[in-house]
Unconditional design. Sequence first.
Length: 245
Amino acid sequence: MQIARHTSHLVVPIVCPCGVEGSMPCAACAAHLEGAPVRVDARCEALQVFAGTGPGGGAVFASAVRVLALGEHAGVLRRLVLAWKNGGQLCLTAPFARALAPGARALAGDQHGAGAVLVPVPSSLAHRLRRGEDHTVELARAIGRETGISAVRAVALGAGTQAGKGGRERRTGRDVRVRGAGRDGGGRRAILVDDVVTTGTTLRAVAEALEAAGWDVLGALVVSAARLPAPAAVPGPRSTTRHRD
């Protein structure tokens, strides 16, 4: 295996999305994956649910799903995610998994994830056929190897894409089916795994489908988020917002 890897490097040099040859990611880009994941659900509009009224009579909202991300979908992190999703660079799965592992442990509530399972949000069939793999499934499995938390393919998404749709269309147009053994959650605890969160529509749809089947959804892990909230907008631990350049 080592010989094959070194030989392939001689034929096709390994090039980081930033243009540096020799490793994927290079040391400078890898530094952007350091640190604990941060809360991002406060800026995911589809995840906000009415929770009552405040002292002044204004509406108070809470997040339906707690979401942790490595940072904003911009700059270095965006280039890495696109190389992973669309550029065939599955070698980025392992560094993403290592960076998200602390978030998995935090959502599970202990160091070993007892009773929790990682549930990948699968890619559409069209994307799987185009890419040749399901990168979110591979990410969930890699996080599992880092943490000892099992990965279970418990959901499937219906045909169609969310690209180009507005917020209302996104909220009403996602078909989620709970698969096989997942249909009877039996009190199992799920940590969702996805690539990028924008409005949170898909995460909410998957969470609601699992909860209807008896699952307890602990939260979600994503590599990047379209928008990061200000620190004051995110309650609880691990709430410091980090901006990527």
